[in-house]
Design a protein around this ligand. Sequence first.
Ligand code: 2DT
Length: 211
Amino acid sequence: NNSEHVSRGALIVLEGLDRCGKTTQCGKLVSSLEGRGLPVEAWRFPDRNTDIGRMISSYLTNRSQLDDQAIHLLFSANRWEKRSLMENKLRNGITLVVDRYSYSGVSFSAAKGLDIEWCKAPEKGLIAPDLVVYLDIMPEEAASRGGYGSERYEQLEFQRNVAHCYRILHDVAWKVIDARLPLDSIENQIQGLALESIKSCQKKPLSTLWL
Ligand code: 2DT
C-alpha cells in the first residue's frame, strides 16, 4: 500500500430516476477518464454479486418478499460491506464512478412512506461522494423512454414519489443536469465536472456522509 505517496481518487456518484440515462453516462465517463490515462473503476449499487446483493436482486425481481425496513437495511449493508474496499481504492488513487449510492437508498425507501431520517441513519459514516451528478428527468418522460423493465420499482406512480424524495435530499454539492439534453452534451458536462472534482479532491481528506 503506497497510499501516502499518491493523491487520492474521487468518489463520483450518478443518481436519478430509472431510465434517466445514468448507466450509459457512467460508462461514457469511465471510458473518457481511462482515455486520459486516469485510474478509474466503474461501480454500481446494489452490487448484486455478494450474498446480500443476491438477496436484494431476488427482492427486486419479485422472487422474494421483505418488509420495507428489512430491504432498506440490506441495501445499506450492501454499501457497508464494500466500504473498506472503496476506501482502499480511493486512497490508492483510483477514481470510482458509481451508478447509484445512498441517495437511491434513502429516496426509494422514503418513497414507500418510511421516515427520511430513519432511512438516512444507517448510511451515516459511509464515505461521502466528492461529486453527485443528478440526471434530472420528469417521471413521465422517463416512462416514455422505451418503457420500464419488470423490476419492482419500475412504475410511474412510484417513480413520482422517488422524484419527490430526491428533491428533499438534494443539497449544494449536487450538480443537476437536464437529462433531456443530447447525449454528448450531457457527457461533456459530466466529464468537466468529474475532471474538476478529481483535481480538487487531491487536497481534501475523505469525508463521511450525514454526520
Ligand atoms: P438498478 O436498476 O440501478 O440496478 O437499481 N435501490 C437502489 C434502492 O431501493 N436502494 C438502494 O440503496 C439502491 C442502491 C433503485 C435497482 C433498484 O434498486 C433501487 C432501483
